[in-house]
Design a binder for this molecule. Structure first.
Ligand SMILES: [Zn+2]
Ligand SMILES: [Zn+2]
Length: 349
């Protein structure tokens, strides 16, 4: 089979791999949808291999794609029939840890005390291919009322937005500011809106910003057109600031504003990867009782809960995707995604 491999420095290649065989505790997925996640850009642009990103791995070529969604076509000899069976629709929680430590056993394999063993699509073969081998422990059943492309989004970008909102304990009576209208930020807009909260969306790209209105943003603000975005947010919130904020942009200025724009006792959450931020600790945090949260994706249970919320609130996650690609269009797909001006793409291998 063929698989998409990131070579670093914005180069990729479609390479040949042998079709995977399941070990005793594995299944083989026939991939029905493999999403392109914002963090793929980090791997696509990296100047070193996976080891340069602090996620382990040995820099051998791996198949990219960490939003896997498909149908089980082969099942390992040890796998209990109630866990996985041929024809079952599944998403994958794309991390493998030791499986038994306090974090792995609560569904957070990425937080394994021994370090995450595999990040699928980054340090182990992912879903930009026809087939993918995964341990049965990483599977999350996909309800019949959720499409494969929605399942792919929930497997990272949309799930990450869910994880951040869970950490913020957002309430229907609250207002949230969300920075960065890429796939994660837009998902956060959509979910926060359906949770009943008022949403202020921010992005410097006008197309992305205007699109957030379709996903439920109540107010939009363009930081590139404003000299003081924090006071604009205060103007929209009775002078107090928002209850909560998310930075999904990774911009140092947006991060700083995400902290400054929350009201006293407010909470700010960082989900954008990489880069840095400068914080005036006393004025921005301590003297306003602000909680700053770092949130890395979601647990396996969180992934299932996110899918249930989406199904029960009838949320159109498919709408996040503006482009559908075949594997042999991977070069074009990532070149477009790299511009960060458009919506989300998905491969249908
Ligand atoms: Zn572990
Ligand atoms: Zn991701």
């Amino acid at each position: 089979m063929q698989g998409v491999v990131f070579l670093g420095n914005k180069k990729l290649e479609i390479q040949n791999f042998s079709d995977p065989n399941p070990g005793p505790d594995d299944v083989i997925l026939e991939i029905q949808a493999s999403g392109m996640c914002g963090s793929d850009l980090k791997f696509y642009r990296a100047s070193g291999g996976p080891s340069s990103l602090g996620l382990g791995g040995d820099d051998k070529p791996v198949i990219a794609g960490h939003e896997p969604c498909g149908i089980i076509v082969e099942v390992g000899s040890n796998v209990h029939k109630n866990l996985a069976y041929k024809g079952m629709r599944v998403m994958q929680h794309h991390y493998k840890g030791c499986g038994v430590c306090p974090h792995c056993s609560t569904g957070w394999q990425q937080l394994c005390v021994d370090g995450v063993e595999v990040v699928y699509g980054v340090t182990g073969n992912g879903a930009h291919a026809k087939y993918m081998k995964c341990p049965v422990s990483t599977l999350v059943a996909l309800r019949d009322d959720i499409s494969f492309v929605a399942g792919a989004a929930i497997s990272c970008g949309t799930g990450t937005a869910w994880g951040a909102l869970e950490r913020l304990e957002l309430k229907a009576s609250q207002t949230i500011a969300i920075y960065g209208m890429g796939p994660v930020g837009l998902s956060a807009v959509m979910l926060a809106h359906k949770m009943g909260a008022r949403v202020i969306a921010l992005d410097t790209n006008i197309q992305r910003l205007e699109r957030s209105i379709e996903f439920g943003a109540d107010n939009i603000l363009n930081p590139s057109k404003s000299s003081d975005i924090v006071s604009e947010i205060k103007d929209l919130t009775n002078g107090l600031g928002v209850h909560a904020s998310i930075d999904a942009s990774s911009s140092p200025i947006a991060r700083s504003n995400a902290i400054k724009c929350v009201r006293t006792w407010g909470k700010a959450c960082f989900v954008g990867e990489g880069g840095d931020v400068t914080i005036d600790v006393s004025n921005d945090l301590l003297r306003r009782q602000v909680t700053l949260i770092g949130s890395w994706t979601f647990s396996k249970h969180g992934q299932a809960e996110c899918a249930n919320f989406i199904a029960e609130k009838n949320i159109n996650v498919d709408k996040l995707f503006t482009h559908t690609w075949s594997l042999n269009q991977a070069k074009e797909a990532y070149e477009l995604f790299d511009l960060q001006s458009d919506g989300k793409g998905v491969f249908i291998p």
